[in-house]
Design a protein around this ligand. Sequence first.
Ligand code: RIB
Ligand code: CA
Length: 320
Amino acid sequence: MSKRPVIIDCDPGHDDAIALLIALASDELDVKGITTVGGNNKVEKTTINALKVLELTGMTHIPVAVGRSNPLMKEIRVADDVHGESGMDGPELKEPAIKPVELSAVEFIAKVVEESEEKVTLVAVGPFTNIGVFLLSYPQLHEKIECISVMGGGYLEGNRTAVAEFNIWQDPEAARVVMRSGIPVLLHGLDVTHKALIKKEEFSIFRNEKGPIFQFVADLLDFYSICYTGERKLEGCPMHDSCAVANLIDPTLFKGESAVIDIELDGEITRGACIIDLRPKERRPVEDNGKVIFDVDRKRFLDLIIESCRKLESRLSNAQ
Ligand code: RIB
Ligand code: CA
C-alpha cells in the first residue's frame, strides 16, 4: 500500500515534538514537509524546535517552511506557562545547523499539493492560521486535499477558557475557515486528548531506554508534566497532537462520531468555542463536515509511541 502524503503544520511544543516523532517513524506516512506557526511560542522558536527534532532523528532531508507569526486578527498569546521560554523547555539540544526553505509555509503547502500526483492530507496541530490562509489563497487546490486532521477544540472541554481549546482560541477565524472549507475534518479535541495520556508511572519506560530519542521524550515529559500532573493534576501528560497523527497511521485506535463542527467568533466569553452538533442528523443545519474523536485505546496508543521511538533509534544506529 502506498504511503499517505502528509504535511504537518505545528508549533513545537512538547506534544508537537512527539507527534513529529510518530510521523517520522511511520511506514504509513510520507512526510512531505513540516510547516511552523506561532502558537505555543513565537514562530521563530517553534521553527527552531522543529529543526531540532529533524536533526535529532537524522531526518534532515525533510523540508521545513516558516509560517505565520500571528493569528489572523489578533496578536499571538504564547503558552510559555506550559511549554516554557523556548517553547520546548527541558531537553537540551544543540542549535540546529539546518535551515528552513525560502518558501513561506503557505507557498510550500501550495507547491507540494500542486505537484503531488495523489491527494495530500494536512495535519494541523498548532493554531490553524497557515492552513486557513492556504485554503483562502488557493481554492483551486481544495480538491487535492484528502482531509485535514487537526488537534483542536472539544465537545465538553476547554483549556484556555471554560469552552475554548488553545489552538482554536488562538485563531478562531482560521479555525472557522478550516471547518467551513468543505474538506473533511478529523477533529481530535480535548475530549480524546485528555485520555491520550502517558501516565506519570510510564515516564520510566522512556527514561530507562538507552538512546537519544527515548531520552529526548523522557526530558520532554519531565518538563511537560510540571503543568499537567503538577498544576492541572492530570494522571499524566496528554499527547494532544499525537492523536491527529496516530489516527492517520492506525484509525482502529480511535472512536468518533460524524458531526457538524463550527467555531464561535463573537461571543464575549465564548469566542474560540468549538461548537459540535451531534443532534439527530435531520435537525442539523448543514451536512456533516467532520468526524469528532471521543475515545482512544490508550494502551495501544502508548505502544505506538514506544514503537516509533524504537524505530527511530534503530534508524540512527544503522546510519552510524
Ligand atoms: O490545547 C493543546 C494544543 O495547544 C496542543 O496542540 C499543544 O501543542 C498546544 O499547541
Ligand atoms: Ca501544538
